[in-house]
Design a protein around this ligand. Structure first.
Ligand code: CA
Length: 219
């Protein structure tokens, strides 16, 4: 899962990044509105946490421009004073949820996870498809009810496939969500991760559709 954290207060930005990273996201951050707008408009994020008071371009304007361009990623807005006007403006601009400052990181992470689940069509913390189940609160994996130890990278890969059950995910897209553009790895590195994961999970969990990509087997 790839997240963009937009926050100009360096202390909150660092806490956000730590909390989301610990929750299994690969986090990119910026404190500038123009920068945020560009990143959200050109990159694919599974979640955006957006502060409203930003230098460059304010958060509401950023959000409105994303939505006007058809960018549909889940956006959690951070409001400064928690006034109802700001909340209403945020929701009207296309926010999926909001959190007034100051907030507890635990609450932010819980809301972030709920947003990502909803956007993937999952209602609960437990995601199941075929033999595979993911507990997104504990970040744990089981196959036919038997727990399997996976690395953070392997978990992110499975979580992303789970968010996209309706289609095979191309290797380039998977690499981007696992590593990001600035640290793009070779496709054969991805093949190695998949091969290792298949050994851990056993047969019939991760499928390949040749020429299209990888998927979680649902039958
Ligand atoms: Ca701010």
């Amino acid at each position: 899962m790839r997240a963009l954290a937009v926050e100009d207060d360096p202390r909150i930005a660092a806490d956000l990044s730590d909390a989301l990273t610990a929750a299994g996201f690969r986090v990119e951050g910026t404190g500038d509105g123009e920068d945020a707008w560009f990143l959200g408009d050109t990159e694919d994020y599974d979640l955006v946490v957006l502060d409203l008071g930003l230098p460059g371009m304010d958060g509401l304007a950023v959000l409105k421009r994303w939505r006007a361009n058809g960018r549909a990623m889940p956006v959690l807005v951070l409001t400064a004073r928690g006034t109802w006007q700001e909340r209403v403006e945020g929701i009207e601009a296309g926010a999926d949820d909001y959190l007034p400052k100051p907030f507890r990181m635990e609450e932010l992470v819980a809301r972030a996870r709920a947003l990502v689940r909803r956007s993937g069509g999952h209602a609960g913390a437990l995601q199941e498809a075929g033999a595979l189940s993911l507990d997104t609160n504990r970040m744990s994996v089981a196959v036919r009810g038997v727990p399997v130890q996976v690395t953070a990278l392997e978990y992110r890969l499975l979580a992303y496939l789970m968010q996209n059950l309706d289609r095979p995910v191309p290797p380039t897209e998977l690499l981007e969500h696992l590593y990001g553009d600035d640290d793009a790895r070779e496709a054969n590195a991805l093949e190695a991760v998949i091969a290792r994961l298949r050994r851990k999970l056993g047969q019939g969990v991760i499928g390949t559709r040749r020429g299209f990509g990888y998927f979680v087997e649902t039958a």
